[in-house]
Design a protein around this ligand. Sequence first.
Ligand SMILES: CC(C)(COP(=O)(O)OP(=O)(O)OC[C@H]1O[C@@H](n2cnc3c(N)ncnc32)[C@H](O)[C@@H]1OP(=O)(O)O)[C@@H](O)C(=O)NCCC(=O)NCCS
Length: 201
Amino acid sequence: MSNPNGIEGARNGSQPPGRAFASRVAWISPERQTAVMDIQATEIQAATPSDIPAIMLVERMEGYARLVGRWDAERHATEIENPSCRYLLTRDETDVAGFAILQGVGSVNQRLRLKRIAVRNAGHGIGSNFLRSVLRVCFDELAAHRVELLVFEDNERAYRAYVKTGFVEEGLVRDLHRDADGNFRSMRLMSLLRPEWVARP
Ligand SMILES: CC(C)(COP(=O)(O)OP(=O)(O)OC[C@H]1O[C@@H](n2cnc3c(N)ncnc32)[C@H](O)[C@@H]1OP(=O)(O)O)[C@@H](O)C(=O)NCCC(=O)NCCS
């Protein structure tokens, strides 16, 4: 069965590391590709192309423009089919409450990049809980050794969410990003390694 997250269901149990989550998604709920993880009551699912409009709304929440990247529908449609990418999301009663995009699935270095994470309702712990669920997928299902990310140096809320989840700051990458107005902005490089994740309290 082909599926929208670029994941092939492996029904014979012989999938390589990192495919386990994928195949579980394909197994459990063909319609919504639902994989339910049990972390702090945050349900996490693989997104499908039909979720792209809701994901784009979250990317475009008021005040997020300087905090998080955004893609158009075409780019999302390409990335969601990319086998080295995973789109994960959490829902509330009404709609998509947050999403995350992982890159680097299947890399020989077992290095995943948390390319993007955002929740609709920031500042209430929802994103931090979702982040823990995403990390569990990274380490338990996608066989990551290292999960890394870049965060704008003035994005204090996200930085604190990452620190309290166990990420370590590795340094400031200077003038990495150029805004539309021509200003350059620096970003913090952060990472979390498997031994640190395993040893978390
Ligand atoms: C980043 C994000 C997913 C974190 O999820 P969240 O649910 O907002 O996280 P929390 O509510 O647990 O807040 C994280 C920390 O920031 C603090 N915080 C909350 N609002 C804040 C604000 N406006 N400014 C600074 N810190 C703030 C919280 O107190 C918490 O710290 P503490 O637990 O040490 O007290 C979410 O804020 C988000 O979607 N932000 C917009 C997009 C974005 O910035 N994405 C990250 C790009 S790298």
